[in-house]
Design a protein around this ligand. Sequence first.
Ligand code: MOS
Length: 706
Amino acid sequence: MTTTTEAAAPTRAVGSAHARVEGRAKVTGAARYAGEISFADLAHGWLVLSSVARGRVRRVEDAPVLEMPGVLAVLHHGNAPRVDTDYVGMLGRPNPVLGLFQHDRVPFAGWPVALVVAETSEQAREAAEALVVRYDEEPHDVAFDAGRADAYTPRNNPMMPAETEKGDVEALLGDSAVVVDEEYTTPEEHHHPMEPHAATAHWDGGRLDVVDSNQGSTWVAGELAKLFSLDPARVRVRSEHVGGAFGSKGVGPHQVAAVMATTMLNRPVRVVLTRRQMFSLVGYRSPTAQRVRLGADADGRLRAFDHQALNLSSTVHEFIESSAVLGRVMYDADAHHTLHRLVRLDVPTPSWMRAPGEAPGSFALESALDELAEKCGIDPIALRVRNEPVTGPVSGLPFSSRNLLACFEEGARRFGWADRDPRPGVRREGRWRLGTGTAAATYPSGVGPSTAAVTAETDGTFTVRINAADIGTGARTAMVLVAAEVLKAAPDRIRVRIGDSDLGPAMIAGGSMGTRSWAWAVTLAAEELVKRLALGGGIPPEGITTRSDTAEAVGSLTKKERHSFGAQFAEVAVDVTTGEVRVRRLLGIFAAGTIVNPLTARSQFIGGMTWGLSMALHEEAVRDRASGVHVGADLAGYHFATHADVPLIEADWVDDPVPDDPVGMKGIGEIGVVGVAAAIANAVWHATGVRHRHLPIRPDRILIAS
Ligand code: MOS
C-alpha cells in the first residue's frame, strides 16, 4: 500500500510537508492573540454569572460596586441595550442564549447576569466578585439519565432528521441468529482551547470593529449585525490568530457583552472569559445514553440495525448531539433504524465539540460491533468487511469514495493484527494484562461557499486573501500550498491574509469543512490569475487581482455520500488489582482525500486521537445535583490526558482519490477522535474479558468489574 506521504512528488506544493508560515511569530510571541492586542483608552469588562441554576434576578445591587476604584459601568437586565434574537442563526433557529441581559430569567447556573466594566481588568474582576445579585430561586433539574420519562424526539429540528427508519427492526431482531442489545453511556465533556475566548469591541468611524478569537469572522460579524440591527457593511470582525477552538468559538456572550459596553461607554471594551466561566458559556458535549441493537446471521451479516441515542439540551435552545448518525453511513441491514431523543434540563446549551455526534456515537456503535464479532466468533475486521455497504444505507446514494477497508488493511499490517489471539485475557506481562482492539471511524466531508482573491504583485510575489480561520490547524499554511500549486510558485513567494470579515464571505473552520471550502475558492481565483498572466503585459503598481466565488460550483456538486474514513487500533495494559489502564500504542490510518500538508495533517490526526484516549479513560464533567453547578470547573478538577498518559501515537493515510471533486480534499479536523474510545474499550475487553460500556473507563470501574 502506498501512502500519499511516500507518493508525493517533491516538486508539488500540495502534499509536501511545510512548517507553519506563522510558526516563528507564534513561538517568539510576536503573534498577538485577541486578548493581547493594544487599544488606546481600553476598558475591561468582567462577566458576572448566576450562582443559582434556575429562577429570576430580583435585584442587582450595583450602587456599592459603582463606587469602587476604576469602575465605569455595571450592565444588567435593567439597563442593557436591547438586542434582536429573533433571527435564524447557525442552528437554523433563533438562539435566545445570545439575548444577554434582556430579561430577569436564569435558565442555568453560570448564566450571565451582569457585566462590570472598569479601567483595568483587575478592577473589573474585583468589582465583579464584590457585586451582590439577589435571586428568586426556583427548583431546578439537572439529572440526566437513560430512564427520563420526559425525553422526546426532536422532530423538525433543522439540524438533521431525528429519525430514520427502514424495514421491521423488531421482527428481524427476533429472527436473527445472533443479537447484541446493549446500553452505553458517555459523560458530559468539555472542549477548552488553551486560549480562552476574548473579544475587544470598539466603534471606528461609524463601524463596529471586533477583535476576536473565533472559527469564522464572516459568521460572527453576520450574527452581531443581526443581533444589534446593524447594516452588515458596518460590522468588521477580525480573528488573526486563534489558540484552539474545537467547536467552542462561535458567537457567544462575551462578544455581545463587549459590543453592548462599547456602545454605552463609547470607548474600546475587552471581555475575556476565565477558564471557570468557559464551563458554562462556550458549549460542551452533552452526556449521552445510547442503546444499540444488532441482529445478524451466524456469519455476522447484519439483518437488523438499531441505534437510539439520548442527549440533553438546555431549556433555552434545542441542540442534538447526533450520536446515531454514524449508522446512516457505516452499516446497512435489511431493517435499519436510527433515533435521537432529547431531555431538556436546567443546564447550559451543549454545542458542537470535535466530531459532534460521531465521537460519542462511535464509542457505542463500534463497541457493539466488537461485541457482535465476539458473539459470532469472527474477527472484528472481518465483520466489518462482511458488512461493507455498496451505497449509503439510508440515502441509497453512491459514495464519492469509500476506502475504509484499505484503512483496515494497511492498519492491520502495520499494527501486527494478524498475530492477535482472539481470546480475551490470555496475554500477560507481570502485573499487566494486555489486549488490542480496533474500531472504524468516519466523518462527513462537507463544503461551504467561499470567496477568495489572489493578487500578482509587481515584485513577483502573490497575495491571497480569503476569510479563512486558522484555529491552530495550519489552515494559513495549507492555503499557501494550495495557491503555490496552481500558480507554480515557490511557497515563500505567497503571502496569505485570513481572519478578517472585510476579506469577503467564506466558510467557517468547522465541521471539518474549512480547508476543502477555502482551497476550492483559492484554486479558482488562482487559476483565473494564471490565465490573466498568460496574456502577457506588465503588472500595474496595484498588481493584478482575480476573484472567485464558489457558491454556484458548490451548489452544483452531485449529491453523494461524501465522507472521510479511518481505522483505529489500540493496545492497552490493564492492572486489575489497581484499576490502572495504560494505552501502549495507538495507530490510526485514514482515507481523507488529498492531504494538503502532511506535517500539520498528521498533527491534526494525532491531536484527535489523543483526545479519544482522554475521552476513553479520563474526561468527565461532574455536576452537583443539589446546586446544579459543576464540581471542579477548571483544568485541575476536569481530568484529561497529560503527556504521561499518552504513548506513541502513529497516524498515516492511504490514497483516497475523489474523482468528481474539483479539489479532491475531504476533512481531517474531527475524524481523528472518532472510534478511538471504542478501540481502547475493545482492547480493555481483550485484555480482561470485561466489557466497559460507560465512559470514562476509570480505575474504580475496572476494580468493580474485575
Ligand atoms: Mo467543529 S466541533 O465543527 O468546530
